[in-house]
Design a protein around this ligand. Structure first.
Ligand code: DX5
Ligand code: ZN
Length: 239
């Protein structure tokens, strides 16, 4: 029996969630084993369907195949997630984030997720997230804030790892932080895309609780050292 997934993230925040997209997928198990010793708590799965995004990546079987003590943070960049969200939950997702732009009924998807049980351990619960693309007004999040535990600002247009952080994200993060601080419930602020060693501190200081970083950790050289360096930078910025 573990603690609730939300409480684990809240206790670790600000912290990082490491994107596996640029890891060596043929050695994914070994690659991910480097994250725990560095102090990482979450692995971030970027799910792309070739419709919502120009590219395709992975689906539920790979999320399920990964055996890890880390929380599975599943970012669904797919059209109409209501049809498949159950499969990601069955595959062991602890965090499920949908894109606000991806369907006509994002609220319904959040309601449905609220009824589902965490497949790893029912006591963990499921953290429900809503993400917005860089070109989407933040106001779309307003009616959803009562039914999610995490909001995610994409700092790149989704499709690939290794892109550059879009500068306007900083102002959006400030505004969203203020909005969340005014709520009577605790909603985590997450920033995803273009996060490197040289900007992770500044992003932490914008008030992000969770920061997704992929290619800066899985660079083909030293994932454990990279993850450590990122976490150190986050802690220094938060101190
Ligand atoms: C955007 C994805 C990201 C992102 C992370 O397409 O949602 O998670 O690519 O990768 P890096 O850190 O390389 O930008
Ligand atoms: Zn992502």
């Amino acid at each position: 029996m573990g603690a609730g997934a939300f409480d684990r993230i809240r206790a670790a925040a600000p912290t990082i969630s490491v994107g596996m997209m640029t890891a060596d997928l043929l050695r994914l198990g070994e690659e991910l084993e480097q994250l725990g010793p560095a102090g990482v708590e979450l692995v971030h799965f970027d799910v792309m369907d070739g419709h919502f995004t120009p590219t395709m990546t992975i689906g539920p079987p790979l999320v399920k195949a990964v055996k890890t003590p880390l929380l599975k943070d599943v970012h669904l960049m797919i059209e109409e997630p209501l049809q498949t969200v159950t499969e990601y939950v069955a595959a062991g997702a602890d965090v499920v984030t949908i894109q606000a732009e991806s369907c006509r009924h994002p609220h319904r998807v959040l309601q449905a997720l609220g009824q589902m049980e965490n497949a790893n351990d029912p006591a963990r619960g499921i953290v429900r997230g809503v993400a917005v693309n860089p070109g989407t007004p933040l106001e779309v999040l307003d009616p959803l804030l009562g039914d999610c535990e995490l909001v995610m600002l994409l700092a790149v247009n989704p499709g690939w790892g290794g892109q550059s952080f879009i500068p306007s994200t900083a102002e959006r993060a400030r505004r969203l932080r203020e909005r969340l601080d005014g709520l009577d419930r605790d909603v985590l602020l997450c920033v995803d895309g273009g996060v490197k060693r040289d900007n992770v501190g500044a992003i932490t200081q914008l008030g992000a609780d969770l920061i997704v970083t992929g290619s800066a950790v899985f660079d083909g050289v030293d994932p454990e050292g990279n993850a450590r360096a990122m976490l150190d930078a986050v802690r220094r910025a938060a101190a």
